[in-house]
Design a protein around this ligand. Structure first.
Ligand code: 3PG
Length: 208
């Protein structure tokens, strides 16, 4: 299965910010046990870039790196065998660089102009960010007919309450959410709770 198929079959893209190597193993085990072997590690903390390599031990996890803003971060993600990259906005430079390195990049967009610019560079799966602040479900509905060939992964403010409304849209393949792996539970090393929450979320986020 290719990466986009994995993301669209999971429908949930959990986001996490890790700050130490020791967090990688229990997190990966929780993801596997919960049957959601997919993760976007965000680069919101400067320590995270140095722990990416640890994911090499878990090739069964579809591991991506988000919050990418530089080519250096792309290099580090590739060195760690990341399977995909996510940028919060659209950058032609980052798009070209990722494509020259043969790695999937999913750029963030909000406006029609950004969608057109990203699509011109060959992207037809885009992160819609920040989803809730940027117009939410209604905005994506209005993109359905105008950009009928574009699929979105709404991220930013996604919760158990609003996720089902996004996932009902034909142009949404998955939602991304840090709420699936709350940073409080990472800090307190509550790995069993994370596993339970991920398992429970598969039912709660995907309900119709
Ligand atoms: C991101 O890093 O992509 C977003 O900030 C995630 O938004 P959330 O924390 O509201 O899920």
């Amino acid at each position: 299965m290719n990466l986009l198929n994995i993301i669209s079959s999971c429908q949930l893209l959990p986001l996490a910010t890790l700050t130490s190597k020791e967090q990688v193993e229990p997190l990966c085990k929780a993801l596997i046990k919960a049957g959601l072997p997919l993760i976007e590690i965000t680069l919101r903390d400067e320590r995270t870039i140095n722990i990416l390599d640890e994911f090499k031990k878990y090739p069964q996890i579809a591991f991506g790196v988000g919050t990418i803003r530089t080519t250096h971060q792309i290099d580090k993600a590739i060195e760690a065998d990341a399977k995909f990259l996510i940028t919060p906005g659209f950058s032609k430079k980052l798009s070209h660089y990722a494509s020259s390195k043969n790695i999937l990049l999913i750029p963030g967009v909000q406006t029609p102009s950004e969608i057109i610019a990203a699509n011109e560079e060959g992207h037809n799966v885009l992160k819609f960010f920040p989803a809730e602040l940027g117009g939410g479900v209604n905005k994506l509905k209005s993109y359905l007919s105008v950009f009928s060939d574009i699929k979105f992964i709404p991220t930013g403010g996604i919760s158990e309450e609003n996720a089902p409304n996004y996932l009902k849209l034909d142009n949404v393949i998955a939602v991304g959410a840090s709420a699936l792996i709350p940073s409080k539970l990472i800090e307190t090393e509550s790995w069993n709770e994370i596993e339970d929450l991920l398992t429970q979320s598969k039912a709660n986020y995907l309900q119709s």
